[in-house]
Design a protein around this ligand. Structure first.
Ligand code: HEC
Length: 195
């Protein structure tokens, strides 16, 4: 989860979003592990790997040296507790940037354009920063409604990948956590134009 490495020492592709999970704190990772251990074992053949862009895993080690931020999210004393929680849920656990930030040539998300939209196949993630080209008009209440119902302020519903993120990710969260995310998206995230 933190280093993108299997128990055998093999490097994973960042399609498994460990560059975000590396920011999770010890206790949450321990809880995840404990929960996974409780699941019944199921015999099922693994899916074939579909990534064709990179054939070798060797260069991944080098990339990770350059790109991977190690350790938990640094504390920001400027943030109140709710905003800090929102930031943690968005940047680490929720890994929103994995689909909403553009990537560079080696597949890493580009910090300068964080959450400003990606053109990833097959489902591009739109600009969700509070910029005029993104969601500047969304209020904290709009965000809360979206995170629980997948409904945008103009009454549209998102489907596909984002529908799943809401259904399995943000809708089951507590009201307090959804509010923390909502405030972070409105007050914390830097407005950025489309890349
Ligand atoms: C697995 C990829 C993925 C992840 C992870 C993801 N999103 Fe999305 N998101 C999408 C896609 C794709 C769309 C476009 C959906 C559509 O247009 O129907 C979208 C749409 C949205 C929209 C609607 C924007 C608009 O212009 O109407 C918002 C808001 C949003 N996402 C917020 C988030 C937040 C907050 C997170 C993290 C908690 C997140 N997303 C995580 C893929 C993702």
């Amino acid at each position: 989860m933190r280093r993108g490495r299997s128990p055998e020492g093999e490097h994973y592709y960042p399609a498994f979003p460990y560059p975000s999970y590396t920011k999770m704190d010890e206790a949450d990772l321990a809880h995840l592990w404990a929960w996974l251990r409780e699941l019944p074992p199921i015999a099922k053949p693994n899916l074939p790997h579909e990534l064709t862009r990179y054939k070798r895993r060797g260069p991944l080690a080098f990339w990770k040296l350059l790109e991977l931020e190690r350790g938990p999210l640094p504390e920001d004393p400027e943030l109140d507790l709710e905003l800090a929680r929102g930031r943690y849920l968005v940047e680490a656990v929720g890994h929103c940037g994995e689909c909403h930030s553009p990537r560079n040539r080696i597949g890493a998300t580009r910090a300068r354009h964080e959450l400003a939209g990606s053109d990833a196949d097959p489902e591009p993630g739109p600009n969700i920063t509070p910029h005029a080209e993104g969601l500047a008009s969304w209020t904290v209440e709009d965000w809360q409604t979206f995170l629980s119902l997948a409904m945008t302020p103009d009454g549209d519903f998102v489907g596909g990948e984002m529908g799943r993120v809401v259904r399995e990710g943000t809708a089951p969260l507590s009201e307090a956590d959804r509010r923390a995310i909502a405030r972070w998206m409105v007050e914390g995230v830097e407005p950025r134009p489309d890349p």
